[in-house]
Ligand binder design. Structure first.
Ligand code: 15L
Length: 269
């Protein structure tokens, strides 16, 4: 099946870690991949356009969105930190993005939410997308805001969104926690492709995880997205155990799903 259901696809945060991993992969999903970031992206390659935009700048964001049929929104702060930059990039930024989508008639968005929206569930809990948010950080709160905002834009304006609560998207799991939360780059791309191509997306929250044997998240209620992960952290398990210490079970970073984010800050403004 062709993945090219959209002519021009906007990728925000294209200079970031996940943006870079997606830059080549998302070319399979469109005729023109428009890359946006506030950081320099270099020359556009064949099949690419580059539109620089700071997410806090409404006009620039609208220029980036104009003429696109769908958006993969990876931009914004991706870790815990002072509230000021989170406010600008993740709260004002996601508002600017949805306002631009509304004005420019874009009807489908894939939003990089985070597992830190539910980081205060325990590592012994299994949760579904229907469980209430329990953010573990200001960063997690900002992603919960994006999820709620996108729901309002769906209910009011019919803009479909997949909020992917991305686990740990790295080349390999870095520690024992990531044996549960790991999402391979290829599975991230499979998941985004499923969100872009499923006939009816609606407003959907889905956990971004590979097919890991150890898992905290149950995506059974979101079968309509059609995501079938093909990678698993299991192949890294022995190596991760060998190079990492026994977990300190008294630490909140080990008790709760959000891991080290529970220990970060407070950073203030
Ligand atoms: C995230 O949301 C971060 O963007 C990423 O850097 C990882 O730390 C990840 O969560 C995680 O929970 O491992």
């Amino acid at each position: 099946m062709s993945l090219k259901v959209h002519h021009t696809l906007l990728l925000t945060g294209a200079a970031g870690g996940l943006g870079q991993a997606l830059r080549s992969r998302l070319k399979a999903n469109c005729s023109v991949l428009r890359l946006s970031d506030r950081e320099a992206l270099g020359e556009a390659q064949s099949g690419e356009e580059v539109v620089l935009a700071d997410l806090a700048d409404a006009q620039a964001v609208e220029q980036a969105v104009a003429g696109c049929q769908a958006i993969v929104h990876m931009g914004g702060m991706s870790v815990e930190g002072p509230f000021g930059p989170i406010l600008q990039a993740n709260i004002l930024g996601v508002y600017n993005l949805y306002e631009a989508a509304r004005k420019q008639g874009v009807k489908r968005v894939v939003f990089a939410s985070s597992n830190h929206v539910t980081g205060y569930y325990r590592q012994s809990d299994t949760i579904t997308p229907a469980h209430p948010p329990r953010p573990d950080s200001m960063y997690g709160v900002s992603k919960a805001f994006g999820e709620d905002l996108s729901r309002m834009y769906f209910d009011r304006y019919g803009i479909e969104t997949a909020c992917i609560r991305i686990g740990s998207a790295f080349a390999e799991p870095k520690d024992r926690r990531m044996l549960a939360s790991w999402l391979s780059f290829d599975d991230l791309h499979r998941l985004i492709s499923a969100c872009l191509t499923t006939p009816v997306l609606g407003h959907t929250i889905i956990f971004g995880m590979s097919d890991n044997a150890v898992a905290w998240w149950d995506n059974a209620s979101v079968r309509h997205v059609g995501y079938v992960p093909q990678d698993s952290s299991d192949v890294f398990r022995d190596a991760v155990y060998a190079r990492t210490p026994e977990p300190d079970l008294s630490s909140p970073a080990v008790q709760f799903q959000g891991g080290g984010f529970l220990l970060a800050g407070p950073f203030g403004l």
